[in-house]
Design a protein around this ligand. Sequence first.
Ligand SMILES: NC(=O)CC[C@H](N)C(=O)O
Length: 369
Amino acid sequence: MSNTLQKPAVLLLEDGTIHYGKAFGKIGTTTGEICFNTGMTGYQEVFTDPSYYGQIVIMNSVHVGNYGTKDTDVESDSVKIRGMIGRNLEEQYSRKQATESLDQYLIKNNIVCIEGVDTRALVTHVRTKGAMNCIISSEITDVEELKKELAKTPNMDGLELASVVSTTKPYTLGDPNSPVKIAVLDFGTKQHILTCMVERGAYVKVFPAKTPISELKAFAPNGYFISNGPGDPAAMDYAIITVKDVLKEKVPTFGICLGHQLIALANDIDTYKMHHGHRGLNHPVKNLLTGKCEVTTQNHGFGVDPESVKKAKNIEVTHVNLNDESIEGIRMKDQPAFSVQYHPESTPGPHDSRYLFDDFINLIKEHMN
Ligand SMILES: NC(=O)CC[C@H](N)C(=O)O
């Protein structure tokens, strides 16, 4: 925007860094873990991705909002980010199909944002100092008061958030007569992951995060999918137990992001909190099975520990990040289970990795009697 009618807003980081800007979206106060997304487009999909629950996102792209918002450009039923930080957040939009401006959309979804911030300096700071909590406010100006509010925010390390964003009731998608039946453990799934399976002919049943194995098995699935989601995977004891139970079934199983981390934890492999994580649309990943590079969509702040992977005899690393050599994919040698840290549904992002959904469906078909 920036116009003179905008209220001033302030951003305070846990380490005392302060940035002043203007209010955008809802007037108010919000706290969460600061992180940054380097994607140049796809802001609405980012804002509605449940894996961002509990986080305040800096958008590296200098202009956000230019193409407005639209009901169908979503990854869940509401905006999941806790807040947003931008350089220029635009109210005017120029896409014919758009129905609302970004500002109206964020107000409707109660999201407090700040714009006019030097996001290049801020991202450099977070890249150097690492992930930390922050507060945005367009109502509190006193720094001591802001610090007090910020101190109430829990640390992302050790936080279980998946059960908060998971579906409360099971639901189905796709053709009920399909021979391919996939049980989805929903820890905050992105809608397009489900679409990628349904488009390939699967009948999908999505279950709440805390569903026991007996209920999953009652659906008689011939594939299991472990979804993405927010929070610390190591804080999800209940889910690690269910994933262990799922793996005992020896049925084709695929995990994405949080699902990948849970498959690792179920194999007694550790996860760790990354310095500042990976979030964007152009992370290069090498597929070690084919030797090919994929440009991938990513959104994660935790990773699978390479040292404990080395010790796990039944695990093979299938994908590696070409920027920092972090683990991007694994498969189990003794059963048809595999997972990736990145987002092959790629909404938004390049479609290089969608072949993984074909691989999953083919694996299910191979294992059908
Ligand atoms: N996209 C995801 O599933 C994120 C997983 C996990 N919450 C992380 O930040 O690493």
